[in-house]
Design a binder for this molecule. Structure first.
Ligand SMILES: Cc1ncc(COP(=O)(O)O)c(C=O)c1O
Ligand SMILES: [Zn+2]
Length: 412
């Protein structure tokens, strides 16, 4: 593809040919990133072209994606999710310019569809027969959704603790689901071994350099939706670190193309038990395994698979990391819902818990514009959501009983 210059190793800088390389660096095993011929792309993708583009999906950015043609893309709308100004939530936390990017509005109800769409399109170009993925749940359900109607077998590895709704999605879309008695990290290693054994195309986060390409489209959309302005801060829930590194790449590329004038600060939000990237950032040491234990299953990771890229992204943006407790994450679910009308799954709700903490610590100015990345819909994990709210009333279908209930509980 003429627009692609190289697949470059994030760790050692070695260049790899796009057409000959699917996964990690041949020299050091580091993760790769796609670099484009930005001078060429500048002629095709700029403000004038974008403002008249009627394609409202990630494919409006095809010129800067590693896909040759729109002909191989999955047949559902991925991306161009709403960006809301959250007036009430913003007032509650003292950030009047607060925005919610509702990525739960994607086809499988998570941000991961951006990555799965690009990887699936590439798999179609490569005429792959079998695609596989290890996942905490969303990457897998997203891949299963996007390959659902395609003639491509989809093999999924998830920990046995994956929330029921995500497993239901996998089965409904027709994937072969292998639940692993262990953690996400165990599922990841098994999927990797299966790829080596059977030659399947592996979409797993970190090893496949194309996931970051899909994820960067969210930043492009945020810039366009803010009328070509850059937000001051973007709060991103972080597990493997691939979303945040993708988000950074998107802003950097729009900046390089001259579409935006400045870059935002990225704030990584991690669960306390799954804070490997925060630790690495603050101690300056390599990303080390942690317990990974948290109620927010999507960011429950022992050893992050894109940790180095994540740390570099946060540092380059002048941002920082915040960790939050499970109780703070659960508390944030109804707060976001009542303050912005958006139902977030625990990992996504962590962004608001992180914002509250950062505000309390004086790390966010009242004048700053802040985007919370809501990466997954709350219906993905109702069991966790139910822990943070009261119980419904149960009565007979009788008006007197209703009257008594209303008066006893002062409901009206
Ligand atoms: C809803 C949601 N939020 C956040 C994340 C974290 O993304 P990453 O693992 O790339 O850091 C995930 C990943 O599974 C996710 O599904
Ligand atoms: Zn390398």
């Amino acid at each position: 593809m003429k627009k692609i210059k190289t697949l470059q190793c994030i760790r050692c800088g070695k260049d790899h040919k796009f057409n000959d390389t699917k996964y990690n660096c041949a020299a050091c095993g580091g993760n790769l990133q796609v670099l484009y011929d930005y001078n060429l792309i500048k002629k095709r993708l700029n403000y004038d072209v974008l403002k008249d583009n009627a394609e409202h999906s990630i494919w409006r950015y095809l010129d800067i994606l590693p896909i040759a043609s729109i002909k191989t893309v999955p047949p559902v709308q991925v991306g161009w999710t709403p960006l809301y100004k959250a007036e009430k939530l913003g007032a509650e936390c003292g950030v009047p310019n607060l925005y919610i990017k509702d990525d739960g509005r994607n086809p499988s109800a998570s941000f991961k569809d951006r990555a799965s769409a690009v990887v699936t399109a590439r798999a179609l170009e490569l005429k792959e027969k079998v695609i596989c993925c290890a996942s905490t749940g969303n990457a897998a359900s997203s891949l299963a959704c996007l390959t659902g109607s395609l003639d491509m077998k989809t093999m999924i590895f998830v920990p046995e603790t994956a929330p029921a709704a995500k497993v239901a999605q996998l089965l409904v879309f027709g994937a072969i689901v292998i639940m692993v008695k262990g953690t996400y990290d165990d599922a990841f290693e098994l999927c990797l071994k299966a790829t080596q054994e059977y030659g399947w195309y592996n979409r797993s986060t970190g090893i496949n350099p194309l996931t970051r390409e899909g994820k960067k489209t969210c930043s492009f959309e945020i810039c366009e939706q803010l009328k070509w302005e850059t937000p001051d801060k973007v709060f991103v829930p972080v597990g493997d670190g691939n979303i945040i590194s993708g988000i950074w790449k998107g802003f950097v590329e729009f900046h390089r193309l001259g579409i935006i004038e400045r870059l935002p600060q990225l704030i990584a939000v991690q669960a306390e038990g799954s804070d490997s990237i925060k630790r690495s950032l603050e101690t300056g040491t390599d990303v080390q395994p942690v317990s990974g234990k948290t109620v927010a299953d999507s960011i429950s990771v022992s050893l992050p698979r894109d940790g180095l890229a994540a740390v570099m992204a946060i540092r380059d943006s002048g941002g920082y990391a915040v960790s939050v407790t499970d109780a703070e994450i659960l508390d944030a679910i109804p707060r976001i819902a009542r303050g912005s009308n958006v139902f977030a799954e625990p990992a996504a709700a962590a962004t608001y818990a992180g914002l509250q903490k950062a505000v309390k610590e004086g790390k966010v100015k009242e004048t700053e514009s802040v985007v919370l990345l809501i990466t997954g819909n709350g219906l993905k994990d109702v069991q966790s959501a139910m822990k943070s709210v009261g119980k419904p009333f149960l009565i007979k279908p009788d008006i007197d009983e209703l009257k008594k209930l209303i008066s006893d509980n002062k409901l009206a």
